[in-house]
Design a protein. Structure first.
Length: 85
């Protein structure tokens, strides 16, 4: 068991490339390309995403209203009751 955890097996014909974290520029084109790309992708898929959310919201609010309505007492059932004094 003389091998470390990262060297347990040897894989042939696999090439991997990596950059040093000190050489990477994470925010190189964030404002020039990143934000316009986000806006473009949002505009393209908003018609696919928003309608299901609207439908689910309407069903949710309708269900809550029906639930509250079904918990109310019907005052017509109690109109002939006499109050004990």
């Amino acid at each position: 068991m003389g091998q470390g955890f990262g060297n347990l097996t040897q894989i042939w014909h696999e090439i991997s490339y990596s950059l040093s974290p000190f050489e990477q520029c994470a925010f190189l084109s964030y404002f020039s390309k990143g934000i316009p790309n986000i806006l473009l992708r949002t505009r393209e898929c908003i018609l696919c995403v928003v309608p299901p959310f609207v439908v689910v919201y309407l069903i949710y609010t309708w269900g809550n209203q029906e639930s509250e309505w079904s918990k109310r007492k019907n005052s017509a059932m109690y109109k002939n009751d006499k109050r004990a004094t």
